[in-house]
Design a protein around this ligand. Structure first.
Ligand code: MG
Length: 316
């Protein structure tokens, strides 16, 4: 199946680095979403960030210039709430996190409690407190189960890295000897819950992401087709695919040789003219005709190139 695309009926896509980058809309993302709406393809925008509610995130995307409904956004907080309600309906939780997480838990009928809760649920926040962490440690020692929304050790900010859920989870784990169950990517549970949310089937769904170690691994494990965009955003793996698995398709974001655009302004999957010069399928490059390879490499006849890839991806 690798390298081949089946019929595509629905789309999952990562938010940060694929739809927006540092609150700037990735060029072409709005056209892509508009096209999905027009063709009636169900889609969800995924994020491991559990701080905000889907409605908050929709408002933030609107400020970046993209109009999507809250129902088109799927967060690790929503996935966590869905997981917990399936595990223990109507349970209770001590939560370290923000409105995104507490709202999601309330909506599935959970009560928040500091006394004898079923779970300690850790999410993203900018106000981790010693008291809260101490409380979480004591509740875990007393028998509560440990759930964390996502394993990311750091998050991005304009001024550099911020400690994120994974780092705080490590602190609590060190103190208790108890490891959390992480619900967000790369746990395929996040993908499966997203598929359920839009009534999609894994075999006819594509996941578009910019990280091999989270988006693509989760996609592969959930059985969906995968597109990795190397969008020029700094990558921990340096853009090298040093993984035992690889995406069904990879779209390079090296500086666009056709237009000589700088990094980050050329996101190939977004179908913007001039943004597909470096596109190719893994393992297929040698199969391209010399003429087509020249087009891909040199940016000749851009519109034909991007139309052909658009057709290949939007098969149905
Ligand atoms: Mg990303």
């Amino acid at each position: 199946m690798s390298g081949e695309f089946g019929a595509v009926k629905s789309y999952l896509m990562d938010m940060d680095g694929v739809i927006v980058h540092e609150e700037q809309l990735v060029p072409g993302a709005d056209r892509f979403i508009a096209r999905l709406r027009k063709t009636g393809h169900p889609f969800l925008i995924l994020t491991n960030n559990s701080m905000y509610t889907a409605r908050d995130l929709a408002a933030r995307l609107a400020l970046s210039g993209l109009d999507v409904e809250a129902g088109s956004i799927w967060t690790s907080a929503l996935a966590t709430a869905q997981f917990l309600t399936l595990q223990r309906p109507g349970g209770s939780a001590f939560v370290i996190g923000e409105a995104g997480l507490t709202t999601a838990l309330h909506e599935v009928g959970y009560t928040l409690s500091e006394r004898n809760p079923d779970y300690v649920v850790l999410g993203e926040t900018r106000t981790y407190s010693f008291e809260q962490i101490t409380r979480a440690i004591r509740l875990l020692d007393a028998g509560a189960r440990f759930i964390a929304t996502n394993p990311d050790p750091v998050g991005p900010s304009r001024h550099g890295s911020l400690p994120a859920t994974g780092s705080v989870a490590a602190l609590i784990s060190k103190a208790t000897g108890i490891k959390p169950y992480f619900v967000g990517k790369p746990n395929p549970l996040m993908m499966r819950s997203a598929l359920r949310a839009i009534g999609a089937h894994s075999e006819t769904t594509v996941m578009i992401g910019d990280r091999m170690d989270t988006d693509i691994v989760a996609g592969i494990e959930a059985g969906v087709q995968t597109v990795l965009v190397l969008s020029g955003i700094p990558r921990s793996d340096g853009g090298k695919l040093s993984f035992s698995s690889h995406p069904h398709r990879r779209v390079s974001g090296r500086p666009c040789r056709g237009h000589q655009r700088p990094l980050n302004s050329c996101i190939p999957w977004a179908y913007g003219p001039g943004c597909l010069h470096n596109a190719y399928r893994p393992g297929r490059r040698r199969d391209l005709s010399p003429r087509r390879r020249a087009r891909l490499a040199g940016g000749l006849n851009v519109s034909r190139v991007y139309r052909s890839i658009q057709r290949a991806i939007l098969l149905s």
